[in-house]
Write a protein that binds this ligand. Structure first.
Ligand SMILES: Cc1cc2nc3c(=O)[nH]c(=O)nc-3n(C[C@H](O)[C@H](O)[C@H](O)COP(=O)(O)OP(=O)(O)OC[C@H]3O[C@@H](n4cnc5c(N)ncnc54)[C@H](O)[C@@H]3O)c2cc1C
Length: 542
């Protein structure tokens, strides 16, 4: 058994920020299922939204966030995150984060940070490092981690399930005391225990066939929390990014909204623009509107993609401002300075998640959730672009403060070792890969950008069948990362559909043709999925 003061599951912006802040006060384990850098954070392009110029204001950033959130944000949370954002961004800069600055030097000799503009923002306020902001965030945080003692990093370690005192059959108040972790090198399941366990496992884009997310985004934290009886809320709100590169060899490459911020326009394959007719903000309308309009144009014209055109800007400008996108597209034979970029919408961001407050506290003592895995009320029914890195930074900082202010008692319970029982080595891997594909295709076909009740019910019954098959497989065979992820995407699919069926209206990212308008009685109301706990004390998949 490995014992720590803090177990942090996930090594993106939220997990690393938390770990750096508590390391002075106790032993920290960072558990991450692949390499440290394999996180959604690494792939963020556009940047971090924060008020850094006198021409902008906290009130405007709050108002933009609330407008995008379509009546479902928690205003106090938004206010806190937006207000504290600039200080947290300054801390990143102090750690060595290198944001891009403007070319011109002001009268008093200063070069201000270059601020991008993205959909739904009324001002330029997105700090960025060219078009690869996430890579620079990770570089800065990992460099700081190297200088920090007291942190043990466990790469290629996969968190399977949380350990709670209820699950262990204790008589004390239920709380989280650790996690079972699969060491992918030894294929053994290890017991990690600590009085504070932090879920920083990111989102769940891989639940859908098309996604901008890297392979790690399988909703593991949401699935683990749900299995432990913690409330999961508002999972119907998956944000579909309007513009993912459409190319047979390109896997999940995002074409940042910042291109539209710099003047790129969406066109159908005959070169006709269509966003101005759809929304007063045209190409910079909020993401849900843009994704839905593209989806409907694709259906209307019977095509598999649309075009994003920035060729009217000069080649040197495009190459300097978007070097990553330019190079990547060129690698696929598309010169974005000369031709439009083929794009499709794809699952991008999970607005719902594990119910947590702005300090990362969940309903289960000892368990915290920060970053994309958490639903704090910051994003409501639709996340405003570049607000997620901001939320990750602010909430991880606040979670660290809160944990340090309210220490949990020592674990003090004996933890049984994981039993693999008679589970055999998986001999039918093809079943796992087939079910992976089925879950993701089913969600894309029945539960994506435009929904109907009939399609949701159809999706629900398909996912239930698949879950039964996966359950059987889980009990019969030794666990592998592929199987665990499959079990989690199927669980998250069920939660998304369950929440979508609860909401009898369309709001933000949840658009249901059967009830296309808002139902005002559902403003400020969350959809909730919570499992009733009826544990027989089984540890492992034996
Ligand atoms: C292509 C792309 C572009 C984006 N651009 C922007 C942007 O410009 N601005 C913005 O604000 N947001 C952007 N986002 C969203 C933003 O990147 C994420 O919301 C944010 O990085 C999430 O950070 P996180 O720390 O919560 O999770 P992540 O960065 O995703 O980290 C999750 C970590 O958890 C680990 N993990 C997951 N499950 C397990 C498990 N079972 N066991 C062990 N470890 C596990 C993963 O390996 C990973 O280390 C973008 C997202 C994508 C995909």
């Amino acid at each position: 058994m490995k014992q720590f003061d803090y177990i942090v599951i996930g090594s993106g912006i939220a997990g690393l920020t938390f770990a750096l802040k508590v390391a002075k006060y106790g032993r920290v384990a960072i558990v991450t299922k692949k390499h440290l850098t394999e996180a959604n954070t690494q792939y963020a392009q556009g940047g971090i939204a924060a008020v850094t110029k006198p021409t902008d204001s906290i009130d405007l950033h709050v108002a933009d966030t609330l407008r995008a959130g379509a009546g479902l944000c928690r205003e106090d949370v938004v206010q806190t995150v937006v207000e504290e954002g600039p200080d947290r961004v300054q801390e990143l800069i102090d750690l060595g984060m290198d944001f891009t600055r403007e070319e011109t030097i002001s009268a008093d000799g200063e070069r201000f940070y270059s601020l991008g503009k993205e959909g739904g923002h009324s001002k330029r306020r997105v700090l960025h490092t060219k078009d690869a902001t996430g890579r620079e965030v990770m570089r800065a945080l990992l460099a700081a981690l190297e200088r920090t003692p007291n942190v043990s990093v466990f790469e290629d370690h996969f968190a399977i399930d949380l350990i709670t005192t209820a699950k262990l059959g204790g008589k004390m108040e239920n709380r989280c005391v650790g996690a079972y972790i699969l060491n992918r090198h030894t294929a053994k399941v290890e017991t990690f225990c600590a009085p504070h366990v932090v879920l920083a496992t990111g989102g769940s884009g891989k639940v859908y066939l098309y996604t901008t997310n890297p392979d790690i985004a399988t909703g593991d934290g949401v699935a683990m929390a749900y299995r432990a009886g913690v409330a999961v809320v508002n999972m119907e709100f998956t944000q579909f990014h309007p513009t993912c590169l459409y190319h047979p060899q390109a896997k999940s490459f995002l074409v940042s909204e910042a291109l539209r911020g710099e003047g790129a326009v969406l066109k159908d394959l005959n070169g006709n623009e269509f966003m101005d007719a759809a929304h007063p903000m045209g190409n910079l309308a909020p993401r849900d509107i843009v994704a839905r309009t593209i989806d409907s144009e694709m259906k209307r014209t019977g095509t598999g993609h649309m075009h994003l055109d920035i060729t009217h800007k000069s080649a040197p400008f495009i190459i300097d401002r978007f070097p990553n996108i330019y190079r990547t597209c060129l690698g696929f034979g598309i010169d974005i300075t000369k031709e439009p970029i083929p794009v499709v919408p794809a699952a991008h961001y999970q607005c719902g998640g594990v119910k947590a407050d702005v300090d990362g506290c969940t309903e289960l003592p000892g368990l915290y959730a920060v970053g994309e895995v958490a639903s704090t009320g910051m994003h409501g029914a639709n996340r405003l672009a570049s607000n997620s890195l901001l939320e990750g930074l602010v909430c991880a900082h606040r979670a660290a403060q809160s944990v340090l202010a309210t220490p949990q008692p020592e674990v003090g319970v004996r933890m049984p070792v994981w039993q693999s029982g008679k589970a055999e080595n998986p001999d039918e891997l093809v079943v796992v890969s087939h079910n992976w594909d089925e879950v993701r295709r089913c969600m894309w076909d029945y539960v994506s950008i435009v929904r109907t009740r009939k399609r949701l019910l159809r999706g629900q019954s398909r996912i239930e069948n698949l879950r039964e098959e996966i359950r059987q497989y889980y009990w019969d065979f030794k666990v592998t990362a592929d199987l665990l992820e499959l079990r989690n995407i199927a669980q998250v699919a069920e939660l998304i559909i369950g929440c979508a069926l609860q909401r009898p209206e369309s709001r933000g990212l949840h658009y249901n043709l059967d009830c296309p308008g808002h139902d005002e009685t559902w403003a400020q109301r969350d959809t909730i999925m919570q499992r009733e706990l009826a544990f027989s004390i089984t540890v492992g998949n034996a």
